[in-house]
Design a protein around this ligand. Structure first.
Ligand code: NAD
Ligand code: WQD
Length: 334
C-alpha cells in the first residue's frame, strides 16, 4: 500500500515525503510543478536514499488523477497541492477557486470511486480570520479575509459535508501556523519565485545580500516591541505532524481540525535577531506602514494535536533560523 502525496515537490510536501520515506512508507507523488521543480524529487530521493513514484500531472486532469489510483494501491492521501499566494489570490481569484476547489473535488471523487476515504489536508491558520483572540483553539469561529483563505475555509466545509454524507470518510484538517526552516542537508527548503512575500525567505535573502533591507510592516502594534507576532514552526516538525495525522486517519473516522503550531509567538524583530545570530550578519531594516490584512498577533493552542495526535513541535527558533540560513546560503551562490 502507498501514500499519495499531492504537491509532494513543494516546500512542505518535499519535507513530508522525506519523513514518510524515512518511516518506511511507499510514496506516490502527484505534482504539476507549477510552484516547484522536478529536481525536488531527485533531492527527496537523495536525502532519504529511497525512490518515490512520480506523476507529473495536474489535479485538474481527471483522467490523470484516476490513473494514479488505478495503477497504485493508495491507502491514504496527504493533500498539499494548491496555490497559496495571498496577494495573487486577490488579483486572480477564479484561478485560485478553480485550482484549489475543483482540483480537490476531482481528487475526492477519485478517492470515493476507488474506496480510498482517508485524507490529510493542508488547511491554514488563515481560517481564524482577523480575530486577535489568541491562542487560537480549533473551536474558534472561522472566517476568511481573502480568496486564498476562503478556498481553505470552503475545502474544510466540503470535507465536513463529505463526511456527513458518508461516515466511512476520515479527514484530518491540519491548520498550519507559519512554517519556516529547511532540511538539515541544505538541499530542501522554501524557494519562492521572485521577491518573497513571507518574512523568513525575505530576511534570509537580506542577510545573504540579495535584497538591500527588510521593510518591517508596522512598528506600532500592541505587542512586545510593536511588530507583528507569529507562531513560527520548523517545517520538519510540521512534516512529522503529517505522519501522526496519517496514523490518525487510518484509525478514526470523521472530519477533525488540528492546529499545528508551537504555541509560542515571536515578533518580526525577534526573527531578525535570530537570523543575525545564525548568519553573523547584521540585517538592515526599516519600519514601514502596516500591511493590509495583517493581524497583530497569531499563535496556536496546540493542545489538541498533542492530546489526540501525540504530536508536538520540538525545534526552537534558533534551529529554525539556522536551517533557513543554511538553505539560503547554499542555494544563493554566496
Ligand atoms: P508549495 O507551493 O511549495 O507546494 C504546493 C505544491 O503543489 C507545488 O509543488 C505545486 O507545484 C503543486 N500544485 C499546485 N497546484 C497543483 C495542481 N493543480 N496539480 C498538481 N500540483 C499542484 O506550497 P507549500 O508551502 O508547500 O504549501 C503546501 C500546502 O500547505 C498548500 O496547500 C498551502 O496552501 C498550505 N499551507 C502553506 C503554508 C505556508 O506558509 N507555506 C501555511 C498554511 C498552509
Ligand atoms: C509574518 C510577519 C508580517 C514580510 C502568511 C499567510 C498565511 C499562511 C502563512 C498559508 C507579519 C511581517 C512579512 C515582510 C514583515 N500561508 N513581515 N516584512 O502573513 O503571518 O501568513 O503565510 O496559508 O495564510 O497570510 O506570514 O511571513 O507574510 O508575515 O514585516 O517583508 O512578518 O507583517 O507580521 P503571515 P508572513
Amino acid at each position: 500500500m502507498a501514500i499519495l502525496v499531492t504537491g509532494g515537490a513543494g516546500y512542505i510536501g518535499s519535507h513530508t515525503c522525506v519523513e514518510l520515506l524515512n518511516a518506511g512508507k511507499e510514496v506516490v507523488v502527484l505534482d504539476n510543478f507549477c510552484n516547484s521543480k522536478p529536481e525536488a524529487i531527485a533531492k527527496i530521493e537523495q536525502v532519504a536514499g529511497r525512490r518515490v513514484v512520480l506523476y507529473e500531472s495536474d489535479l485538474l486532469d481527471r483522467k490523470a488523477v484516476t490513473s494514479v489510483f488505478r495503477e497504485n494501491k493508495i491507502e491514504a492521501v496527504i493533500h498539499f497541492a494548491g496555490l497559496k499566494a495571498v496577494g495573487e489570490s486577490v488579483e486572480i481569484p477564479l484561478k485560485y477557486y478553480h485550482n484549489n476547489l475543483t482540483g480537490t473535488i476531482i481528487l475526492l471523487e477519485a478517492m470515493a470511486h476507488f474506496n480510498c476515504k482517508k485524507l490529510v489536508f493542508s488547511s491554514s491558520a488563515t481560517v481564524y480570520g482577523l480575530s486577535d483572540n489568541v491562542p487560537f483553539r480549533e473551536t474558534h469561529p472561522l472566517s476568511a479575509t481573502n480568496p486564498y483563505g476562503r478556498t481553505k475555509l470552503m475545502l474544510e466545509e466540503i470535507m465536513r459535508d463529505t463526511y456527513v454524507s458518508d461516515n466511512e470518510w476520515s479527514f484530518a484538517l491540519l491548520r498550519y501556523f507559519n512554517p519556516i526552516g529547511a532540511h538539515k542537508s541544505g538541499l530542501l527548503g522554501e524557494e519562492p519565485n521572485g521577491v518573497p512575500n513571507n518574512l523568513l525567505p525575505f530576511v534570509a535573502q537580506v542577510a545573504a545580500g540579495k535584497l538591500p533591507y527588510l521593510s518591517v510592516y508596522g512598528g506600532d502594534y500592541d505587542t512586545k516591541d510593536g511588530t507583528g507576532v507569529r507562531d513560527y514552526l520548523h517545517v520538519v516538525d510540521l512534516a512529522i505532524g503529517h505522519l501522526n495525522a496519517f496514523d490518525y486517519v487510518l484509525d478514526n473516522k470523521g472530519a477533525e481540525a488540528f492546529n499545528l503550531g508551537t504555541g509560542r509567538g515571536y515578533s518580526v524583530l525577534e526573527i531578525v535577531k535570530a537570523i543575525e545570530r545564525a548568519s553573523g550578519v547584521t540585517v538592515p531594516y526599516k519600519i514601514s506602514a502596516r500591511r493590509a490584512g495583517d493581524i497583530p498577533v497569531c499563535y496556536a493552542d496546540p493542545a489538541k494535536a498533542k492530546k489526540v495526535l501525540g504530536w508536538e513541535a520540538t525545534r526552537d527558533i534558533d534551529e529554525m533560523c539556522e536551517d533557513s540560513w543554511r538553505f539560503t546560503k547554499q542555494n544563493s551562490g554566496i
